[in-house]
Design a protein around this ligand. Structure first.
Ligand code: NCD
Length: 319
């Protein structure tokens, strides 16, 4: 069956998930992003690839980095960007998601960048556009529930390739609250597609999804064991807002056992890099000495995120 994100020519139509996205497409996105990193260093930080296109940023859930870097990326490509402020929009008056979409289509939207607390909201929008004959409009998932956060996964792949070059030689550990993390799901999908031979997940048993056994990773319930000799440590935020019951004793307890301290990091390879999608909980999943230390590449991740989002948007709608 054809991947629903690709059109009949194998080109990217929407970006909804990294699950099942072919390796060549991932590599093409990373290769397309590379020259875009240089645009930031120019005096005029603009390319005309999306001139005349209207992009709507629809964020139904909080965001700092993702919303801002999507906006910067679209502006660097000369698109017209509209940020819908959902707390003051008619969604707050009870308008349904698809009614909102229909109204924005009537304003001649070319692309929707969607963040939503419900898993599947961006897929629903893409299906609606297809069913109503408007499949020239593109949808980019900017994070939906626990499901997927594909551009975060891609900027993480860009960062790893930048520092470590060859995915097929790497040991990588993803650490923390995998259960609630759309970021972890997108990272695991991409890293397995790119052929990482040693992919580990380190987490308390209560923060692992039941499906973890089918994800092609090795699980560890001990930080010191799991971090041994890895090249890359990918930390996850402890997602308190998504926890229904008491899955953990306390943040202090969590830090003691699962927090990344300089001492635990010393078990990884000496040149290991430390990543985090943000926002950081200092003193909970990561110690400030690590977050601000020489091995952290957390701020470069943010910068690379602009180029990667430029690549995705230009591949979807570029001229
Ligand atoms: C993540 C998100 O919102 O999914 N942050 C981000 O997009 N940079 C991760 C998180 O909230 O922990």
């Amino acid at each position: 069956m054809r991947n629903p994100q690709l059109n009949m020519h194998g080109e990217l139509q929407h970006l909804l998930t990294l699950d099942g996205l072919p390796r060549e497409v991932i590599i093409r996105i990373l290769d397309t992003a590379a020259p875009f990193t240089e645009v930031a260093e120019r005096e005029v930080k603009k390319l005309p690839l999306l001139r005349g296109k209207s992009i709507f940023n629809l964020f139904f859930e909080n965001s700092t980095r993702t919303r801002t870097t999507f906006e910067i990326a679209a502006k660097r490509l000369t698109a017209d960007v509209v940020n819908l402020n959902v707390s003051t929009s008619s969604a707050a008056k009870g308008e349904s998601l698809l009614d909102t979409i229909d109204n924005l289509c009537a304003m001649n939207a070319d692309m929707f960048v969607v963040r939503h607390s419900a898993s599947g909201a961006p897929v629903l929008i893409a299906q609606h556009l297809l069913a109503t004959g408007r499949d020239h409009i593109h949808v980019v998932n900017a994070g939906d529930g626990r499901h997927a956060h594909p551009t975060q996964g891609l900027l993480d792949m860009y960062t790893i390739r930048h520092y470590k070059h060859d995915f097929t030689q790497l040991s990588i550990a993803i650490v923390g609250d995998v259960l609630h993390s759309r970021v972890a799901r997108s990272q695991i999908a991409a890293l397995t597609t790119l052929g990482v031979p040693d992919l580990r997940v380190i987490a308390p048993k209560t923060l692992l999804p039941t499906s973890i056994d089918n994800m092609g990773v090795r699980t560890f319930n001990d930080m010191r064991e799991g971090l041994r000799d890895v090249d890359v440590v990918m930390m996850l935020r402890l997602q308190n807002e998504r926890m229904a019951g008491a899955l953990l004793p306390s943040p202090q307890e969590y830090y003691k056992v699962w927090g990344l301290t300089p001492e635990k990091l010393s078990l990884a390879k000496p040149d290991a890099i430390v990543m985090h999608p943000g926002p950081l909980n200092r003193g909970i999943e990561i110690d400030s000495a690590v977050a601000d230390g020489a091995q952290a590449v957390i701020l470069p991740q943010v910068t690379f995120g602009i180029a990667v989002r430029m690549a995705v948007m230009s591949m979807l709608a570029g001229q």
